[in-house]
Structure formats: C-alpha cells, structure tokens
Ligand binder design. Structure first.
Ligand code: NAD
Length: 452
C-alpha cells in the first residue's frame, strides 16, 4: 500500500509521509490491547486516576507543540488549536477524576442483597474524524481508559499527527504499553477491522452519517456495542425580541468557526421575518470583520479547508449560490473558500438540508414560534442548536420542542466535557462527555446474593 502524504492545507507543502497500517498490523494491535487488558483493569482506581492525571498534565505541558502540529496538519487557526490542546488536557483530567465516582448501587430485594457493577468492556475501537483531531480523540480516550478498557485509536488518515503524538505522550506519562495504541490507516480496511474483529467489544465512532450507518450494520453481526457521533445541520433561531446585537455578533462563530467544518455548526440561521433586514445587516458586518488567512497568525479567525477534495465538495454547494455576502479569501496556494451568506425562502433542497461542512450560512426567515419549530425540526439531523430571545417562557417552550441533543439559549456554546453531548435522529446514538458516557464504555452487571 502506498504511503500517506500529508499536506499543510494553508500552503499545500508536504509536511509528513507515513505508512498506512495494514489489516495484519491492526490485528497485532488488537491482540496487544487484549493482552494488556487484564493488568489495566486490575490497576487500583486511585492509581488509574493518578496515571490519567499524569497523562493530562503531560498533554498540558506539550499544549503549544500539539497546537502547532494541529494547525499545520489540519489548517485550524492557531488560537483555536491552542484552545483545543488545553481542552484535551482538561477532558483527561475530568475523566481521571471520574474513575472513582462511577459507582454501582445496591437494590432492596427480598431474601438477600442485590448489587450492580460497571464492568469494563475490554478492547474498544475509537474511530475519529479529521475536523477536530486531538479533541475528538480525547473525548473517547478519556472515558475509555477511565472505565478500565484498553483502546485502539484510529484517527482520520488525513490528520493523524496530533493523535500519534497523544499516543507517545500517554507512554511518556506512564500509561502501560498496549493500553492506548494509535493505528493510522484507511477507514475501509484498517478502521473496518475494528468492526469485524471479535476481540473488539465496542466501537465509538465520530464521523459522517453515511459511514455511521455502515458501521451500525457491521456491528449488528456480533451485537457489538456502538456509539455514533454523526453529522448535523443545526438551527440558530433568532426571535424578534432577542438582543440582536449579541445574536448577530455571535452568529459568525456559530457557523464559520473551523471554516464551518464543525458538526455543531449552526449553519441554518432562522430569523423572525420582522427583523430579517436588521439582523442580516449586523450579521454581515460581523462576518466581514473575520480575518481569513494564515492559520498560524494569532489574529486569524478562519483558515483554509482541510484538503483539495473537501474544497471541491464544498464548492459543489456554493458555486452559483445567490449570496447576500461573500467574503475575501486568499487565492492560493492552499484550499481557501470565502465566507458566504445566502437567504433561502424556506427549507430549499441540498443547501438547507445537507451538511455542507464549509463556511456557508443559509438564513431562513420564519413567521412565528410554531413556524420556527417546524423549520428547525424539518431535518433528518438533530445535533445542536440555539435560541435567542428575551422571553424566558418562550425559550423553554422552544428548547423542549427542538429535536436536538445539545442546545444553548442566548449563546452558541453548548459543548463541555462535564455535560452530555450527542444527537437526536440521524445525528447519532449514545452520548459523549459527563458521567453518562461511562455507561457507554462499561457493561452493567447485576449480582444477587442470597442471605436467607
Ligand atoms: P468520515 O465518516 O469520512 O470518517 C470518520 C472516520 O471514520 C475516519 O477515521 C475514517 O477513516 C473512518 N472510516 C471511514 N470509513 C470507514 C469504514 N468503512 N469503517 C471504519 N472506519 C471508517 O468523516 P470525516 O469526513 O472524517 O468527518 C466529518 C464528519 O464527522 C462530518 O459529518 C461531521 O459532522 C462529523 N462529526 C461529528 C461530530 C459529533 O460529535 N457529532 C464531531 C465531529 C465531526
């Protein structure tokens, strides 16, 4: 198999060349993870906490190095990459602290004692996407290891560099050999092996809905545990009574952050018709202020798209789009796409329904609360969303009616390691983050002991 050639998306320079792991190498990694499992599950909870904390601190000490690597490999602006590197350390700390807190229970029964245990699953396969490489890795590695599993991380083949470095830092921090291995290779062969191999007891996947569906079919064969964090087409709902200045100032970040390559991107901006013109003017002004360019520059708000292929995919949606705003972007080299804002009459096909995964915002006017909810829920996805209003009762009515898993009010920020994250409908299955995720990395065992 030919080597992987990695390019800096901002310059197209080759930054690394590395071999694809073969299926046989993946099998060897799975065998090694299974062998390491017995000792890892017997590490005392306090020692597992200590090891994970040391891992978190080692990551924290290498945050700048990780951030620069992410920016060069993926094109994410350095400010965002620094935030991600520190969030990786924080996530690992959170799950280090969770080891001793994921407790079982005793249940009153007749004739004896009944108790529950959360047992580790064994070897778990963690498959991650290219858009937030190290952050997505930490969302899975943290709970997988905290729960006593051994893990194989299979990062997206185009952005594997920070995941490979996390694997090295884990060893440096004292995580035993075989507990966390990073195996880089194509999804359809190396990644699929995690679905097929009987020693892998669970697959945790973040990626596209299309691949998620394939994995679900594959896992059915062995009733393999599976969690899915998939795509989105989320709604940012702005009511006429909202603080329009705040809503408009926050709207570019909600859709153009990471060049729109964000599963939580609020790429449908639903605006009450009576304030459409006023909001658009403010939204366009805020978007025009975004600096697009060299992702290594600290003032850059938006970098390039990740690859030439992805740029071509985004252009299939944006070429010929009737925009009300098109921003500036470098001409090249690099995979540049400008910020675009367009207005749709209602849920037009493709651009309002499909995940473009680029810096393209579709503004859709609505008449009243019922109309906003109708448009919001008229999507096969249901990952995240926002509501902007000064009416507290309306905010509560709307968030309860929204078919989405991760919602914010008067803010576009809704993802935190300590709160559950995940999607409704075709945006996923299961949750990441918070203590809830540990249930997805363990089996619940019930034991009855007769005392009479
Ligand atoms: P993708 O589905 O193409 O690939 C994701 C991962 O799956 C990669 O590691 C890839 O190698 C692997 N893969 C591909 N085919 C496979 C197969 N047949 N068997 C096993 N593994 C396989 O997704 P992507 O393009 O890397 O990422 C973008 C997508 O991820 C978007 O749809 C985005 O919304 C989604 N995403 C979701 C979340 C979330 O938390 N819900 C977060 C980030 C990204």
């Amino acid at each position: 198999m030919s080597n992987l050639i990695l390019r800096n998306p901002a310059t197209e320079d080759v930054i690394a060349e590395l071999p694809h792991a073969t299926v046989e190498e993946m099998d060897a990694a799975i065998a090694k993870a299974a062998a390491a499992g017995e000792a890892w599950r017997r590490v005392t909870p306090v020692d597992r906490t200590r090891l994970l904390r040391r891992f978190a601190d080692t990551v924290g000490a290498h945050a700048e190095e990780l951030a620069e690597l992410e920016t060069r490999n993926m094109g994410m602006p350095i400010g965002s990459a620094r935030w991600c590197a520190n969030a990786v350390a924080d996530t690992l700390h959170y799950f280090a602290g969770a080891v001793e807190k994921h407790t079982g229970s005793t249940i009153p029964v007749a004739g004896g004692v009944d108790m529950t245990f959360h047992e580790p699953l064994g070897v778990v396969g963690l498959i991650t996407p290219w858009n937030f490489p190290m952050l997505m890795a930490s969302w899975k590695v943290g709970p997988a290891l905290a729960a006593g599993n051994t893990a194989i991380l299979k990062p997206a083949e185009i952005t594997p560099l920070t995941s490979l470095r996390l694997g090295e830092l884990a060893l440096e921090a004292g995580i035993p050999e075989g507990v966390l291995q990073v195996v880089v290779g194509p999804g359809s062969s190396t990644g699929w092996r995690l679905v097929e191999h009987p020693l892998v007891r669970k697959v945790a996947f973040t990626g596209s809905t299309a691949v998620g569906k394939r994995l679900m079919q594959g896992c059915a064969e062995q009733i393999k545990r599976l969690t899915l964090e998939l795509g989105g087409k989320s709604a940012n709902i702005v009511f006429a009574d909202a603080d329009l200045d705040r809503a408009a100032a926050a709207a570019p970040g909600a859709v153009f952050d990471n060049s729109g390559q964000d599963c939580c991107s609020r790429s449908r901006v639903l605006v009450q018709r009576s304030v459409l013109d006023e909001f658009l003017e403010k939204f366009i002004a805020a978007s025009a202020a975004w600096k697009v360019g060299d992702p290594m520059h600290p003032d850059t708000a938006m970098g390039p798209l990740v690859t030439a292929n992805h740029l071509a995919a985004v252009r299939r949606y944006s070429d010929g789009l009737d925009t009300v705003f098109t921003g500036e972007a470098p001409s090249g080299p690099g995979y540049w796409h400008p910020i675009m804002i367009a207005v749709a009459d209602d849920m037009e096909p493709a651009v309002c329904r499909e995940e473009i995964f680029g810096p393209v915002a579709m503004v859709i006017p609505f008449d009243d609360e019922a109309d906003a909810i109708r448009i919001c829920n008229d999507s096969e996805y249901g990952l995240s969303g926002s509501v902007w209003t000064r009416d507290g009762s309306r905010a509560l009515r709307v968030v309860r009616a929204m078919e989405a898993g991760t919602i914010s009010v008067n803010s576009n920020s809704s993802v935190r390691y300590s709160t559950p994250f995940g999607g409704f409908k075709q945006s996923g299955l299961g949750r990441e983050h918070s203590m809830h995720v540990l249930d997805h990395y363990t089996e619940l065992k019930n034991v009855f002991i007769a005392t009479e």
